[in-house]
Design a binder for this molecule. Structure first.
Ligand code: ADP
Ligand code: MG
Length: 346
């Protein structure tokens, strides 16, 4: 059996630390797209442009018209554990932004050739910095207010990882799904997605129902029930909004299930289970309900710092949350499915 040489503990070099950490955050192009889009959302952008080449493997370029980064902070933006979003444990427990760990840009820069370009309202022109330029020199460049991040040749310097990437079309599909997820949570932002020079998606509708129809399609829009419920007050307030599909809109896969907690897309067993259980009486076999639901609650009641990609969450009072969702949805379904037996075609 292989054995360790005794007593040699070494501190890893910084780049290797980053590359190891990057594995958790940046497992494929769509993870880069997610991190960059979240940054653009956090920056208050109203227009985000996503350009991909070869499924994002060759290039991901995302530009936004958000607040921008002052030139003297560009280098810090690429530094691990540097963030403008939280400063204390208290902030962490009440986090309102999508990001807060301060590691996305640093991680991406450690596994790809990253260029960050930004211009704030105060600057007469943009500045840019290149991640793997050891001197980290700022160069002036043209550009309107906002930020543009270009990520070239993902995993070119870590071939073992690059091998795990799937075909260009598969990687593109994952990226497009990330754009849909974020666009569904941000009807106030216009998104344009381009792949290999062709526009593949454009989300311009600026209200939630229209944005949902644009992304989830006609079938869903014709068989959806609105959800709009609130219980409690102040810190105890719980709201559930969105749309759920009638059983007739159900699918053979769980591919059209969107659940957001405080604006963040999550995959959570507790939430999925609560919805599923509410459908139990009206949905048979292995059909999957279609839904897009937004749960809003005081940030102190949910821990979003469970997983590096923040796709999982942990609730302080999970039973109450489960109950609220289950009750809300069962009631809406029960009201709609009445009067019962002879309305087969509902
Ligand atoms: P985090 O989002 O967790 O703070 P990141 O590594 O993603 O960490 O980004 C580091 C910092 O760079 C952010 O805190 C923010 O101040 C700045 N930043 C990154 N992207 C943008 C952007 N698109 N617009 C404005 N600022 C940005
Ligand atoms: Mg971020």
């Amino acid at each position: 059996a292989p054995s360790l040489k005794k007593g040699i503990i070494r501190l890893l070099p910084d780049t290797l630390i980053s590359q190891i950490a990057a594995g958790e955050v940046v497992e494929r192009p769509s993870a880069v797209v997610k991190e960059l889009l979240e940054n653009a959302v956090d920056a208050g952008a109203t227009q985000i442009d996503i350009r991909l080449e070869n499924g994002g493997i060759r290039r991901i370029a995302i530009s936004d018209n958000g607040c921008g980064i002052p030139p003297e902070q560009l280098q810090l933006a690429l530094t691990r554990h540097a963030t403008s979003k939280i400063t204390s444990l208290d902030d962490l427990e009440n986090v309102a932004t999508l990001g807060f760990r301060g590691e996305a840009l640093a991680s991406i820069a450690s596994v790809a050739d990253l260029t960050l370009q930004s211009r704030t309202a105060e600057q007469p022109h943009a500045w840019q910095i290149r991640g793997n330029d050891p001197s980290r020199i700022l160069t002036p460049s043209s550009g309107t207010q906002g930020t543009r991040v270009e990520v070239n040749e993902l995993y070119a310097n870590t071939p073992a990882r690059r091998k795990f990437l799937k075909s260009e079309q598969t990687e593109y599909g994952h990226c497009a799904e990330i754009v849909r997820r974020i666009a569904l949570a941000q009807p106030g932002i216009r998104f344009t997605l381009t792949h290999n020079g062709k526009i593949t998606a454009q989300y311009n509708a600026n209200n939630l129902p229209q944005r949902c129809n644009q992304i989830l399609g006609e079938t869903f829009s014709q068989s959806q029930l609105p959800v709009d419920l609130t219980v409690g007050e102040g810190k105890d307030k719980l709201s559930l909004n969105g749309f759920i599909g009638l059983p007739t809109a159900s699918r053979t896969r769980g591919d059209m299930q969107y659940f957001y907690v405080n604006g963040r897309f999550v995959r959570d067993r507790l939430l999925t289970h609560a919805v599923r259980a509410a459908y139990e009486d009206v949905l048979h076999g292995n059909r999957f309900p279609v839904y897009i639901l937004y749960l809003t609650l005081d940030p102190s009641r949910v821990d979003v710092n469970v997983h590096p990609a923040k796709i999982e969450v942990r609730f302080r009072d999970s039973r109450a949350i489960h109950h609220f969702i289950y009750q809300s949805i069962s009631r809406i379904l029960a009201q709609t499915m009445e009067p019962g037996p002879d309305t087969e075609e509902q």
